[in-house]
Design a protein around this ligand. Structure first.
Ligand SMILES: C[S@@+](CC[C@H](N)C(=O)[O-])C[C@H]1O[C@@H](n2cnc3c(N)ncnc32)[C@H](O)[C@@H]1O
Length: 368
């Protein structure tokens, strides 16, 4: 690598709880990363665990996710060089009005008695209103980042595609295993904030976070040496907008959506292209076409996804020389096919070398 690989490794990525996050696979990914590169794209950034690793390696890091709450992590931890949440910021964020603002009650109106008791929901609304009082975009992003993590810690199973939150928060057996289910979210936030502040650093590059559909972003990017693609594993917990709808609603604070089903997820959803069987193959074709100028690709995949690994390999082979590496999940961490016994696949893709066919072997083509 061009940079001192170990210069930034003392910074710790705060452990996420995100379906399909790759923070436990970084050493494996690293083994298969090309050397002598200086810029890297994390195209489906999610928790930003891989983008953070790229930043630690000293690369100019470009990250992206079509969900805004993930983009906020990208702003707060990847793009951000210096800004942290100070005691004064924390005071602004956690001070609540004696009488709750009746114009700012989306969380209370939508999720009371589903994910939160009313007081907790009102606190979340007040905190959300206070985030807008922080003028610096990186401070705002950090506030969203830490709040998103606090919510996945507080709500049982760490996602929002179920209606067990309040039942489990009142179940002594569950509480013995996970005290956070019953803790005030404010307390969890204040406990986590230090870890996030300590993860802010400057790797002397102009790193960028985007909030776009990757198919729209790729054609606008200039020079990238490595693209890492970790798409939703179609047919295997791919619906990130159902699992994390509440975090997206919290950041967007929608005024133009309906809230449907027992989990009150927003509708209509944003268009991914990679999460439904109907569109996924076409989306991959567009993705690979748009990434043709990027010399190195690494793609994460899984043996429970659609299309099958073999079909997927053939699809990639239309564009690149490809080598496959496998890793078996011994302990299921839940979600996105990472159940015990399922296999994580890494496709290492290189530009095809143009082959010089010897003159004698050209046959009729030589005269065409
Ligand atoms: C498997 S997760 C990425 C996990 C990530 N590597 C990590 O370590 O946390 C896939 C991500 O792709 C995002 N996504 C889905 N469709 C997308 C699209 N069309 N463009 C950009 N991001 C998309 C989802 O929001 C989700 O966060």
């Amino acid at each position: 690598m061009l940079f001192n690989e170990y210069q930034y490794t003392s910074y710790r990525f705060p452990e996420p709880q995100y379906l399909g996050a790759k923070h436990t696979l970084l050493a494996w990914l690293n083994r298969h990363m090309p050397r002598n590169i200086s810029s890297a794209l994390d195209a489906f950034g999610g928790s930003q665990s891989v983008a953070f690793f790229f930043k630690q390696l000293g690369f100019k890091t470009i990250t992206n996710d079509f969900l805004n709450f993930n983009h906020q992590i990208g702003l707060g931890l990847i793009e951000n060089k210096h800004e942290t949440l100070t005691d004064d910021d924390l005071l602004i964020l956690t001070t609540t009005d004696t009488v709750p603002d009746s114009d700012f009650q989306l969380i209370a109106e939508t999720y009371t008695d589903i994910f939160f008791e009313r007081d907790e929901a009102l606190f979340l609304d007040a905190f959300r209103k206070n985030i807008d009082k922080l003028k610096n975009p990186y401070k705002k992003a950090l506030a969203f980042t830490v709040m998103s993590r606090s919510l996945t810690r507080k709500i049982t199973m760490g996602h929002f595609a179920h209606t067990q939150a309040l039942r489990y928060a009142n179940c002594p057996e569950r509480l013995k295993r996970n005290r956070s289910l019953a803790r005030p979210v404010k307390e969890i936030f204040l406990e986590l904030v230090t870890k996030y502040n300590q993860a802010v650093f400057d790797n002397k590059q102009e790193n960028l976070s985007y909030n776009m559909n990757i198919l729209d972003l790729l054609p606008t990017l200039d020079r990238v040496d490595l693209a890492y693609f970790d798409p939703p594993y179609c047919d295997s917990h791919a619906d990130y907008q159902s699992f994390y709808h509440l975090l997206e609603t919290y950041v967007e604070y929608w005024k133009d959506k309906q809230f449907i089903n027992s989990i009150r997820r927003y509708e209509p959803q944003k268009f991914s292209g990679f999460d439904k069987k109907k569109t996924v193959v076409e989306s991959f074709e567009k993705l690979f076409e748009a990434a043709r100028d990027i010399p190195h690709w690494l793609i994460s995949y899984n043996n429970r996804s659609y299309p099958s690994v073999d079909e997927f390999r053939k699809l990639v082979a239309k564009y690149r020389d490809v080598e496959l590496k496998y890793k078996t999940y011994e302990n299921g961490r839940g979600g996105k096919g990472s159940v015990a016994g399922s296999r994580e696949v890494l496709l290492i893709c290189k530009k095809r070398l143009s082959v010089n066919i010897p003159f004698e072997a050209r046959g009729e083509f030589a005269y065409a």
